[in-house]
Design a binder for this molecule. Structure first.
Ligand code: CP
Length: 311
C-alpha cells in the first residue's frame, strides 16, 4: 500500500467547486497521483467493509460507473439505484427522506439529480459524506476535479493556462464547475465560444470579473484555437423547453482534425459527445478526452478515500 499522507479535507460533503480552496485542490491532486499508482498495481482493500450508495436520477455512463469502479478498486461495495421511475422519488418521496434512509444503508452517498440545488438538500440532512454527481445545470464538482487532474497531467501545470470553452456554456454544468475551480489558479485566461443564446452563465462571468481574471467571449471557434486547452461541450438537449431551438443550435461547432493543423492545444470534453468532435480528431496525440474519462476513476478513488478518512 502507498504510504499514508494524512491529508484529509476540511468538509464532509462535496456539493460545489465553490467550496474548495487551493489547499483542497492541491491535496486532492496529490492523493489522486497516489491513487494512479494504486490503480496501476490493481488497487487495494483500504475501503473493505465500506458501502457507497450511487443514486442516479438522470442518465450517466462515466460518472456512475467510474464511482463504482473506484469503490471496487479500493475493496468497497456499491449499492446502485438508477432511474427516477424506479425510485420512491417517483411516488413523491422528498430528496431529504431518501438521503436520510440511505444513511442507514451506506457509509458514503453520491447522487445525480435533474434539479439544481438538489445536492444542497441532500447534504443538509446527510450524516455520512455526500458527493454531488451533477445537479441539473448547476454543478458537477467531481468532473471539474478530474478535468483539473487531466490539465495538470497533460500540460505539466495548471497555473498560467489559457483555456477555451466551446458550446453550451449556459446550461453545461461542467464548464461552470471547472471555471470556478480554475479561478483558484494564477495567471489564468479564458476564452468562451458559444452562440449568443448559450453564452457563459452570468454567475461565472461575474465571479471571474470579481477576481480580476481575464476572459473573452466570441462566437467563432477559430478565434479560440490558439489556447493551451480546448474544452468542447455538447449542447444540453435535456435543458431545452423548445426542442426546435436545440436542433437549431446543436451542431453549431464541429471540431475536425483539419481545423487543428498547426495547433498544439490539448482537446478535452467531459463526454458524451454527440457530433461536436469529429472522429478524425481521435487519432491526434493531443486528443485527451478518453484519457480524461479514465482519470475519473483515479480522482474518485482519491475523493472516496479522503472523505472516508482512509488515505
Ligand atoms: N461526463 C459525465 O458526467 O458523463 P456521464 O453523463 O456519462 O456521467
Amino acid at each position: 500500500m502507498i504510504c499514508a499522507i494524512n491529508m484529509l479535507l476540511p468538509f464532509k460533503h462535496l456539493t460545489s467547486t465553490k467550496q474548495l480552496t487551493r489547499d483542497d485542490t492541491d491535496a486532492i491532486l496529490k492523493v489522486s497521483k497516489e491513487m494512479e499508482e494504486v490503480l496501476k498495481k490493481g488497487g487495494d482493500d483500504r475501503l473493505a467493509g465500506k458501502i457507497l450508495a450511487c443514486l442516479f436520477y438522470e442518465p450517466s455512463t462515466r460518472t456512475r460507473l467510474s464511482f463504482e469502479s473506484a469503490m471496487h478498486r479500493l475493496g468497497g461495495d456499491v449499492l446502485s439505484a438508477v432511474g427516477f421511475q424506479f425510485s420512491s422519488l417517483y411516488k413523491g418521496e422528498t430528496i431529504e427522506d431518501t438521503i436520510t434512509v440511505m444513511n442507514e444503508y451506506a457509509d458514503i452517498i453520491t447522487m445525480r439529480h435533474p434539479e439544481g440545488g438538489s445536492a444542497d438538500k441532500a447534504a443538509s440532512v446527510s450524516e455520512v459524506p455526500f458527493i454531488n454527481a451533477g445537479d441539473g445545470p448547476r454543478q458537477h464538482p467531481t468532473q471539474a476535479l478530474l478535468d483539473l487532474y487531466t490539465i495538470q497531467k497533460e500540460k505539466g501545470s495548471v497555473d498560467g493556462t489559457h483555456i477555451t470553452m466551446v458550446g453550451d456554456l449556459l446550461y453545461g454544468r461542467t464548464v461552470h464547475s471547472l471555471s470556478f475551480l480554475l479561478g483558484l489558479y494564477d495567471n489564468m485566461r479564458f476564452t468562451f465560444v458559444s452562440p449568443k443564446e448559450l453564452k457563459m452563465s452570468e454567475k461565472v462571468t461575474s465571479f471571474l470579473t470579481e477576481k480580476g481574471i481575464n476572459y473573452t467571449e466570441v462566437e467563432d471557434i477559430e478565434d479560440g484555437l490558439d489556447a493551451d486547452v480546448l474544452y468542447m461541450t455538447r449542447v444540453q438537449k435535456e435543458r431545452f423547453a423548445d426542442q426546435s431551438e436545440y436542433e437549431r443550435l446543436k451542431l453549431k461547432y464541429v471540431l475536425t482534425a483539419d481545423m487543428l493543423k498547426g495547433k498544439d492545444c490539448t482537446i478535452m470534453h467531459p463526454l458524451p459527445r454527440v457530433g461536436e468532435i469529429d472522429t478524425s480528431v481521435d487519432a491526434l496525440p493531443n486528443a485527451a478526452y478518453f484519457r480524461e474519462a479514465g482519470n475519473g476513476v483515479i480522482v474518485r478513488m482519491a475523493l472516496l478515500c479522503m472523505l472516508l478518512d482512509a488515505v
